[in-house]
Ligand binder design. Structure first.
Ligand SMILES: NC(=O)c1ccc[n+]([C@@H]2O[C@H](COP(=O)([O-])OP(=O)(O)OC[C@H]3O[C@@H](n4cnc5c(N)ncnc54)[C@H](OP(=O)(O)O)[C@@H]3O)[C@@H](O)[C@H]2O)c1
Length: 288
C-alpha cells in the first residue's frame, strides 16, 4: 500500500532531516524552499521539487512547515492563499502560543487546518526512536495524520488549544537554554583554570541530571509548601555567593551567577531565608 504523500515547505537543517525521514520510510515527498538549491540533494534522493509554492500546496493534503518562525510562514503562504483550502498545515516551526493561536485562526480563514508542533530534538534525531514533538490543535486532523507525523518523531498531543504545543515547547526551551548556558558558564570557569570540556564532562552529566530534585520538589511546589527541612534559602544564598566569587577569582565575567544571586537575595529580603529555595517561585512569578 502506498504511504501517505506529504509536502514539506522549508528546507533548513530541520526540514531536510524531515524530508529524509519521510523518504526513508517510503513516503512520496514534494518539497519547496525559498532558496530552491537547498532541495537539490533531496531531489536526488527521490523527492519531487515543486516549481511554485502553489504547486507544493496543491500536491498533498498534509503540508509540513519547517520555517524559522511564524513570520516566515506568513511570508511564504501569504503569496498562495488560494491554494490553502483543504490543506492540513502541520506547522513544526517554533514560535509563541499567541502566534500559534493566531495562525490557527488565519489558516481557518483560508479554509485550511493548522496543527501546532514543537519539535524537541535536533535534526540528527529526526526519524530515530526516543525523539518527540508536542502537537496541539484540531484533534480530528491530528488523528488523521498521526501515523505519518510519527515517522518524524513520537507524537505528544496536548489538546485542541493551538497554543498548547507552543507553550509546552517554550517551557522546554526555557529550561534548555538556561541549563545549556549554565553549562557553558561553568566551562568558561573551568577553562580559566586549565580544565577542558572533556575533563568536566562526567561532572557536567551528573550535575545536569536533576531528576531526583525535580521529583522530590514537584509535589511540594504544587502544594505551595516550601519547608526548609532539606535545604534553606539562606544556605542557597551562601552557596551561590561562592559560585560568584569563584567566577570572579578565575577572571571570568560573573554576570550569569550574579543574576542568580540577585534572585536568591530577593527571596531572602522577602523573609524566605528559612524556607526552601523553591519559595523563589513566588519571587520569579512576580514582575519587578
Ligand atoms: N535546528 C534545530 O536544532 C531545531 C530543533 C528543534 C526545533 N527547531 C525548529 O524547527 C524550525 C526549523 O529549524 P531550522 O534549524 O531548519 O531553521 P532555519 O535554519 O532557520 O531554516 C528555516 C527555513 O525557513 C526558511 N525561511 C526563513 N525565513 C523565511 C522567509 N521570510 N521566507 C521564506 N522562507 C524563510 C529558510 O529558507 P531559506 O533556505 O531560503 O533561507 C529555511 O528553509 C525552527 O522553527 C526551529 O526553531 C529546530
Amino acid at each position: 500500500m502506498q504511504k501517505q504523500p506529504v509536502t514539506v515547505i522549508g528546507l533548513g537543517p530541520m526540514g531536510q532531516a524531515m524530508v529524509g525521514a519521510f523518504l526513508d520510510q517510503g513516503h512520496p515527498v514534494t518539497v519547496w524552499n525559498r532558496t530552491a538549491s537547498r532541495a537539490d540533494d533531496l531531489v536526488a534522493r527521490g523527492a519531487a521539487r515543486a516549481d511554485t509554492l502553489a504547486q507544493a500546496l496543491a500536491a498533498n493534503e498534509l503540508v509540513v512547515l519547517s520555517l524559522t518562525d511564524y513570520a516566515a510562514m506568513y511570508d511564504v503562504l501569504g503569496s498562495a492563499t488560494a491554494a490553502l483550502p483543504g490543506r492540513v498545515l502541520a506547522n513544526l516551526s517554533s514560535d509563541t502560543p499567541e502566534q500559534a493561536r493566531d495562525a490557527a485562526q488565519w489558516a481557518a480563514g483560508h479554509g485550511a487546518t493548522h496543527l501546532t508542533g514543537g519539535v524537541l530534538v535536533p535534526p540528527p534525531a529526526i526519524g530515530k526512536p526516543g525523539s518527540s514533538t508536542f502537537y496541539s490543535g484540531a484533534r480530528e486532523a491530528f488523528e488523521a495524520h498521526r501515523e505519518t507525523l510519527a515517522v518524524l518523531t513520537d507524537t505528544d498531543y496536548r489538546g485542541e488549544d493551538p497554543g498548547l504545543a507552543a507553550l509546552f515547547y517554550q517551557l522546554n526551551m526555557d529550561m534548555f537554554w538556561t541549563c545549556m548556558l549554565s553549562w557553558l558558564h561553568s566551562l568558561a570557569v573551568a577553562r580559566a583554570n586549565g580544565i577542558t570540556a572533556k575533563d568536566l564532562l562526567p561532572t557536567a552529566i551528573r550535575a545536569t541530571d536533576l531528576r531526583y530534585f525535580l521529583e522530590f520538589y514537584t509535589g511540594r511546589i504544587d502544594a505551595d509548601e516550601h519547608p526548609g527541612d532539606v535545604d534553606r534559602l539562606a544556605m542557597g544564598v551562601a552557596s551561590v555567593e561562592h559560585v560568584v566569587h569563584t567566577t570572579r577569582d578565575s577572571g571570568v565575567d560573573p554576570a550569569l551567577p550574579a543574576t542568580v544571586l540577585e534572585i536568591f537575595r530577593r527571596g531572602l529580603a522577602t523573609g524566605h531565608g528559612s524556607d526552601s529555595f523553591t519559595s523563589l517561585i513566588d519571587v520569579l512569578a512576580a514582575r519587578p
